[in-house]
Design a protein around this ligand. Structure first.
Ligand code: HEC
Ligand code: HEC
Length: 162
């Protein structure tokens, strides 16, 4: 049976879609930074594992509410329902001995802002928000500008002056 004329645009669209899907990912302009241009059927080379930075120097926060990045190694630290290794040092009561920065008051607050006696369940799994860092090449570009720099920029200039 010959397709009726009204079906033609739809058929053309399907053909185009198939053609696009058949193209390799990088030709479509899709880039998976982890995978690179490796086709789906092949295995990509595992990226190098960079050692965790362990300088014990607190880093600048990029904005006021940023969860600070972890300046020390956390390999093998147990954080589960039985024990929280992070709180073993970062709890209010532990800081004299450990010299760790106590978790801030927000970590003891529930969602209605009631301050609890212990760390709030929603802040229990620390690595949900806090992550260690490695001196590695970033996988994707970043145009983030600190608000302090934004405030100093000349009118009409998008980014910073440098
Ligand atoms: C053995 C004690 C100890 C343990 C365990 C520990 N920390 Fe720390 N942490 C410290 C100390 C001390 C510092 C201060 C900087 C330094 O010496 O590394 C610190 C700094 C930090 C900071 C930086 C805070 C800031 O204001 O810049 C974060 C975030 C942090 N730790 C998170 C964690 C998380 C998450 C865990 C668990 C996965 C953890 N820590 C486990 C002792 C500890
Ligand atoms: C839901 C996200 C989240 C989770 C989970 C979380 N934090 Fe934080 N943390 C933050 C944010 C945001 C800040 C900065 C603002 C603030 O203090 O609330 C912060 C601040 C901190 C600081 C710096 C405190 C200060 O006064 O400078 C430490 C230390 C810290 N967190 C440790 C921890 C530890 C240890 C855990 C696990 C028990 C944890 N955090 C769980 C988001 C989180």
């Amino acid at each position: 049976m010959k397709p009726s004329r009204s079906w033609m645009p739809l058929l053309a669209l399907c053909a185009l879609l198939l053609a696009v899907l058949a193209m390799p990912a990088h030709a479509q302009g899709l880039v998976d930074a982890m995978r690179g241009p490796t086709p789906i059927a092949s295995e990509s080379k595992a990226p190098l594992l960079y050692p965790t930075e362990n300088k014990d120097i607190r880093r600048t926060r990029n904005y006021t509410m940023q969860p600070p990045t972890i300046p020390h190694k956390i390999d093998g630290y147990q954080v589960d329902k039985d024990f929280n290794r992070c709180m073993f040092c970062h709890a209010r009561t532990r800081t004299e001995e450990t010299q760790a920065i106590p978790v801030s008051i927000t970590h003891y607050m529930d969602r209605d802002n009631n301050v609890l006696a212990d760390v709030s369940p929603r802040r229990y799994f620390c690595t949900q928000c806090h992550v260690p860092q490695a001196d590695a090449k970033p996988l994707v570009g970043n145009t983030f500008i600190d608000v302090e720099q934004m405030l100093k920029r000349k009118p009409g200039v998008k980014g910073s002056s440098n």
